[in-house]
Design a binder for this molecule. Sequence first.
Ligand code: IFM
Length: 437
Amino acid sequence: MATAAYQIEGGRHEQGKGDSIWDRFSDLGRLRDPGDVACDHYHRWEEDLDLLARLGVSSYRFSVSWPRVIPDGDGRVNQAGLDFYRRLVAGLRARGIAPFVTLYHWDLPQVLQDKGGWASRQTVEAFARYACVVAGALGDDTTHWITQNEPWVTTMLGHRDGVFAPGISDWQTAMTVGHHLLVAHGMAAEEVKGVLPDAQVGIGIDCRPARAASDSDEDHAAARHFDGARNRWFFDPIFGHGYPDDVMRTYRDRRQIDPDLVTTADLAIIATPIDFLGLNYYTTVTIGAGQEDGPDPGPESGKDPGPGYTDMGWRVDPAGLTRYLRHIHDTYAPRSILITENGASYSDGPDERGIIDDVRRIDYLRSHVEATAAARDRGVPVDGYFVWSLMDNLEWVEGFSQRFGLIWVDRETLDRTPKRSFDWYRGIVTAGTLAAS
Ligand code: IFM
């Protein structure tokens, strides 16, 4: 089961927390709903851990809010902020649940953004220090660490398209940010291992497997470029292959990347060995000529995407997961793979009896659990599966309009009501279908 700090915690001004770039984005009215309270997990965390225990899961993936722990990003440590996560981790252990800690799920301290954000090398240094602080505080009870979540999103949506915080639209900045995120991953991995030699450290990468829209050479070339920019750009350097030549050439030709950005020393840091690869999988895309630079093509926005698609307009493609797991195994051979996110947004709400019969979510999850098991049966070392997400939460710019949770959160009262999928998933966990769920 997985969540992220900004999407559930709230407690924006509690106990010394600093603002993150998402707080600023929210203040600017760039989110459909403000994020100050979110699901109020900051105050209701014990109730939420009880729900996790009721679900029977053996592990829980959550993220630490950097500005809650170090309000200005690289200065004083906020003890009260760290203590919140200490209590959370202790509460998980007391319920027999292993914490999987994500260090960065997009909520950069605003003070660091004001100094250049991820485009500045100083943010990379600050992240390494922050990783060290958190590892020192939570390490007694935490074995599994995820450095970065979905660097493509921060890179492209946050800095090329400007639709996510911090709202910058500049190709070269985006490429610099993406590179720095990966260097920060490698440095943080080293830091965590320095403090906790037995830690298991990985990174969470989102993938969008792409197929060509037709057999034409143009569509194949477009799909190849899309795959290179969206997937290989991140997987290749992490596994020691450097950035893909074909994409690098295009970026250089178009002057979309600073030619001096990438050094051999950086590539060595990025390739710091990981103990597991975290893979976030939701969907696949079909790419034709002209669509190679994204954004992901999907059904026209604002229109009901219809059957076979989730409310995000993402195609349901479980077979794509099996294929992609096999591809990752064959291409990069990671020691271990965890599905660090998989899930679906469907809006089904309570009926007159108060029951939330989210049968489409059950179908989605069942087919993807089976797809994961199918890959494992063919020798892919998939050692864990995390559903996105425990509860309906703040889906970034979409606000609360997209519901990914196994638990319904009433937007007025913030009361939690487990959906049908919650009971179904408990059955899956009890049956031991997948490890570390
Ligand atoms: O809600 C997000 C999460 O924060 C990162 N991965 C995708 C999810 C659904 O969009």
